[in-house]
Design a protein around this ligand. Structure first.
Ligand code: DGJ
Length: 716
């Protein structure tokens, strides 16, 4: 059983990890998280510190630490009661241990199947004075080596309670020999890895943009200074949420370390009426002592198999052509069909019509919300186009930005109060658009209805769900004044309902999340949509950093990656088709350029790339992925894919900038069968797994900048 209760302690275990909570006279104390240990008494190893003088000591770590009892570190919970007090002393009342895992009300979360070795611990604690109940949930995914946590607050009193702060997980460590890894970025350069020393005080990474954002990611990992890709300890937190979040690492003056993640408490307040409850988003906790690749393997497997849902979660993803960078808004039916024909000729499987097909949208200044076909561009209608594309032998996909409204739209003229706004204040337009107020039921219903009716109108197999701006004037015309600070979270709950209803009504449609590229690349979205457009930046060099960082947490099958034109539209950089292909094949391969303008040699090369990808697609999308060389650390990047049966290995090496008089680079492969012999494809060379992993392979540097090489080994 992954969860055991013994001598007042809760032991929550996976294959290689233990998490221990002690009930110390009613207080739930955080005892241990790390490498698996026996379910034995841990009292001896616990720090005996307690408040001695109000200012010279630290206190024990509660599972939901609060401010006001001598713990001066970052709290996980702050409630405000009707009498104005803010202290909440949660004491153990009861617990339940059961097989399986409950779903979180209205929120995305990991799940289990009946055959899984998964158990959940539910601890009920109460603040006896105010009758507030807090239920803490811990689930152990034994075979996946992952834990999840969330909490539910129930107002059992007869007065309102205000939640000022409620995080999903808070863990304390007695040692502080850690560095903090986070994913930092901005539009077109998302999720670059940052690794920093801890300083005394709190290091926070958070989003206040309404989405999880291009700039930050709801992920953080504490690593030892000596932790590498393949060795050393890692403690990672990832929030299954797509809105405002905060992650804190606090190094106290007493050399203890607190690590937390949850809803961002900045600009957040939630009023709980008597009888109501509030559920925090889920936090996924991963410990590995096999370095960052070890951590990623756990996240990748859990997310592929127990977060993503639907018929595509384990299916090979189609190779697509997207018309965005080929035409932008400037297309008609003939143009699209000639692009589709060329795509079919080279082996592409899905044609995606991007922005500009609806309302009277010819630029980004109108029509969001008016989800009916632009008859000026497509006079024969959408179904006609879809049928013709299908007739060429391609599936058809369509772009939407369902959460948005253009001031120049029929929808806005009819419902000017349906956007997020604050009465009497100017509405800030970003990309000339406003955000629909998804905290309102009728707005969500409109989105469900209007998107569904387009999806029913033609044979649409794929949807790209875009979202192109951050929130401003975060207020709702439908909420009471005291509930305005609930708007951002209510928006997310509305969004999740919309996504749930649409994706479950169209189970045969493959949904790809997008937010101006990778502005909402998080586990919350992956619960509804098994793949996400990784970044609007398709420059292969920039993509090395983006895909390398994204892969820390998110599986390759979740990453959209396209070959685009050279010079690249975002950076102006010239790169070879080979380099672009070798980077895009390291994700869900697509093309996003005008194939009708390419010569036969280039089209031939693309055909070869696609043929190779199709042959190895399972390994690229679902194999084990290992990072080998970090582009941020040298002139090189490298990574590797090992097929599920370990019979095939594809390693890709990239050289960013060249250096004279420096012609060979050495890399060690990872994750092979030590005793097996592997043949280098296209040659008679056979090498043992042990040699490839320990002695390594040599990358003969091709001449020049921005070059790459892909090699494949097959077990003999
Ligand atoms: C942002 C997306 O990331 C792009 O791929 C494209 O779909 C544009 N929006 C269209 O407006």
């Amino acid at each position: 059983m992954p969860v055991e209760f013994k001598n007042d302690a809760f032991y929550i275990c996976t294959k290689n990890t233990s998490y221990v909570i002690k009930n110390e006279n009613g207080l739930l104390v955080n005892y241990y998280w790390g490498k698996k240990i026996p379910n034995e008494d841990l009292d001896y190893s616990q720090w005996k510190g307690y408040v001695v003088w109000s200012n010279n000591n630290d206190v024990k770590s509660w599972e939901m630490p609060v401010y006001g009892k001598g713990d001066y570190k970052s709290p996980a919970l702050e409630l405000e009661f009707a009498d104005g007090s803010r202290l909440c002393e949660l004491k153990y009342v009861s617990h339940r241990i059961f097989d399986g895992k409950p779903a979180l009300e209205g929120l995305p979360s990991s799940y289990c199947e009946t055959s899984d070795n998964v158990s959940t611990l539910e601890i009920t604690a109460e603040d006896f004075l105010t009758k507030t109940v807090c239920k803490l949930y811990y689930t152990a995914f034994y075979d996946y080596d992952a834990l999840t946590r969330h909490a539910v607050i129930c107002n059992n009193s007869d007065k309102n309670i205000v939640i000022n702060r409620m995080l999903s997980a808070s863990v304390d460590f007695f040692d502080t020999d850690f560095e903090l890894i986070t994913l930092e970025g901005a539009w077109a350069r998302e999720r670059h890895i940052e690794r920093n020393k801890l300083m005394h005080g709190i290091q926070t990474v958070s989003s206040v943009r309404g989405g999880s954002s291009h700039n930050k990611n709801p992920f953080g990992a504490l690593v030892r200074p000596y932790t590498t890709e393949n060795s050393g300890e890692v403690y990672a937190l990832n929030l299954v949420y797509s809105g405002n979040f905060e992650l804190n690492a606090e190094l106290s003056s007493y050399d203890t370390l607190r690590f937390q993640i949850g809803l961002n408490s900045f600009d957040f307040k939630w009023t709980l009426a008597p009888g109501e409850s509030f559920t925090s988003p889920e936090c996924v906790m991963v410990y590995s002592n096999k370095g960052l690749n070890g951590m990623s393997e756990i996240f990748h497997r859990l997310y592929r198999e127990r977060l993503c849902r639907g018929k595509f979660k384990n299916a090979e993803r189609p190779i697509l052509i997207n018309n965005w960078e080929a035409t932008y808004f400037n297309f008609d039916e003939d143009k699209l069909l000639s692009l589709a024909q060329k795509a079919k000729d080279v082996g592409i499987e899905l044609f995606v019509l991007d922005d500009g097909w609806f309302g009277h949208r010819n630029s980004d200044n109108s029509s969001l919300g008016d989800w009916y076909v632009n008859t000026e561009k497509l006079p024969n209608g959408l179904k006609n186009l879809v049928d013709k594309v299908n007739g060429l032998g391609l599936k058809f996909g369509l772009w939407f930005e369902p959460e948005m409204i253009s001031p120049d739209s029929d929808l806005y003229r009819k419902h000017p109060d349906w956007c997020l706004h604050i009465g009497g204040r100017e509405r800030t337009e970003i990309r000339q658009q406003l955000i629909l107020d998804l905290s309102r039921k009728e707005v969500c219903d409109y989105i469900i209805e209007s998107v569904s009716s387009v999806l029913k109108s033609a044979n649409i197999s794929y949807v790209k769900w875009d979202m192109n701006r951050s929130m401003t004037e975060i207020g709702s015309a439908a909420q009471l004044p005291e509930k305005q600070s609930e708007t951002a979270h209510r928006y997310m709950l509305g969004l999740y309902r919309v996504m749930e209803e649409i994706t479950s009504a169209f189970p045969d449609v493959l949904f790809e999340g997008c937010s101006g590229g990778g502005g909402r690349f998080d586990p919350g979205i992956l619960y509804y949509m098994p793949q996400i457009w990784t970044s609007d930046d398709t420059d292969p060099i920039e993509r090395l950093y983006i895909q390398y960082g994204t892969s820390l947490v998110y599986p390759v099958s979740s990453m959209g990656a396209h070959v685009s034109a050279s010079p690249n539209h975002q950076t102006g950089r010239n790169t070879s088709l080979q380099m672009r292909g070798d980077v895009a094949m390291s994700g869900n391969l697509g093309y996003e350029l005008d194939l009708t303008k390419m010569n036969d040699r280039e089209l031939g090369q693309i055909k070869d790339q696609i043929a190779f990808y199709k042959k190895n697609r399972r390994t690229f999308q679902y194999g084990s992925f290992y990072r080998i060389a970090d582009p941020a650390k040298s002139r090189f990047a490298a990574w590797e894919f090992v097929s599920e049966d370990k019979n095939e290995v594809i390693a890709v090496f990239y050289k960013i900038l060249t250096q004279p008089n420096n012609t060979q680079k050495h890399f060690k492969l990872v994750g092979l069968d030590e005793n097996a012999l592997y043949r280098l494809d296209g040659t008679d060379i056979t090498v043992s797994g042990s040699i490839l992993m320990n002695a390594g392979v040599i990358f003969d540097e091709p001449y020049g900048d921005f070059v790459s090489k892909m090699i494949k080994f097959t077990k003999t």
